[in-house]
Design a protein around this ligand. Structure first.
Ligand code: DX5
Ligand code: ZN
Length: 221
């Protein structure tokens, strides 16, 4: 399972708003809708005020799915837990710049372990904090909500950072956006240069997940 090569727009469903009692089925549905990747939100109740899933859940899901597992670590100690998530089946590890003092070293470690690496910026974190390391990563994640919960309102001012990030990384690194992505915000973020669109509530609050994914895909074109 490889991160799709830059140059395509990928819809990346976040299971945070899915039915946690039926996760394997939810993954199967998004795979049927043509998604290549799925976004797994890992929260520790410390970096963010919420707790979600840990390595055992990722490991069990791995057996049920061929999707690329994009693990978004909203945790205070990404360096400590990343290897455990990779062993459990994560294909990409995205960590927050706000909690990592040696990002280039962690990116290298992730690559050495066979994973791709994402660097994430909270809405209030300036792009200059990642400038030096951005091109070492495979993906830059721009948060357009404060991390912790699904279904929040899209922060338009944070989305503007996508344009700066895209200028820094050029066309060969994915620029992902996470928070409040739906058919309305999609054209805005794609216009700024995002190519990897995380969507939770816009997909999993709908009875027909496939139609919801298709609607976002259409809005991105
Ligand atoms: C928020 C998470 C997101 C969340 C997005 O902390 O990182 O991935 O699931 O959900 P929506 O699309 O509902 O804003
Ligand atoms: Zn996320």
């Amino acid at each position: 399972m490889k991160l799709p090569k830059p140059g395509t727009i990928e819809i990346n469903p976040s299971i945070l708003s899915a039915d946690f009692a039926r996760l394997a089925d939810e993954l199967a549905v998004v795979e049927r809708a043509g998604a290549k990747m799925v976004h797994l939100d890992i929260m520790d109740g410390h970096f963010v005020p919420n707790i979600t899933i840990g390595p055992p859940v990722v490991e069990k899901l791995r057996k049920h799915s061929k999707l690329f597992f994009d693990c978004h670590l909203m945790i205070s100690e990404p360096r400590k837990y990343a290897p455990i998530f990779i062993k459990a089946g994560a294909n990409n590890i995205t960590f927050h710049i706000e909690v990592e003092k040696r990002p280039s070293d962690l990116i290298k470690k992730l690559h050495d372990m066979g994973a791709t690496a994402g660097l994430c910026l909270n809405p209030e974190t300036p792009v200059k904090t990642i400038e030096k390391f951005a091109r070492l990563a495979d993906m830059i994640l721009v948060m357009t909500v404060h991390p912790g919960f699904g279904g929040q309102k899209f922060i338009a001012s944070a989305a503007k950072k996508i344009e700066i990030v895209r200028k820094i990384v050029g066309p060969d690194i994915r620029v992902e956006v996470d928070g409040g992505i739906d058919v309305k915000s999609t054209p805005i973020v794609v216009g700024y240069g995002a190519d990897t669109l995380v969507a939770g509530r816009a997909i999993f609050s709908k009875k027909d997940r496939i139609a919801a994914i298709n609607a976002i895909r259409k809005a991105s074109q």
